[in-house]
Design a protein around this ligand. Sequence first.
Ligand code: DQA
Length: 152
Amino acid sequence: MILDTTNPNTNPQKITIINGANLNLLGKRETDIYGNQPFEVFFENLRQKYAKVCELEYFQSNIEGEIINKIHQIGFAQHKIILNAGAYTHTSIAIADALRAVPTQAVEVHISNVFKREKFRQISFLSEVCVGTIGGLGYKGYELAILYFLEL
Ligand code: DQA
């Protein structure tokens, strides 16, 4: 299916990208792995590109409880979630339980290919409560998750 991003929609889908621990440093942090574009710049381009077909929101926190609160806040509305929890992916039963507690769908995204990295990155507490996981495709993974939700 080819998505017509010029077609105005009166009831746009709401999608929130939630980035977790250390992802506020994208563009500066381990640039050989994550690239050197600040996420905010990428997000603004993405928001404008899809403005006619969905309402995109960006939330970032380094604090586990704030990520959980955000999932509670949006997870009961018809509001989809694209989640890169950073290292909380590999540790947080609490974020997994928050996703279990709400009816909305989430797609898990990782910028790097976690399966080519350390063993501890190959465990995700979140994958089993997400509809799917995209990894290793850089920032493109976030856009692919949006396309998944728009074509549902
Ligand atoms: C990451 C992978 C995690 O292992 C790491 O802790 C991150 C970023 C990624 O997007 O590739 O912070 O989620």
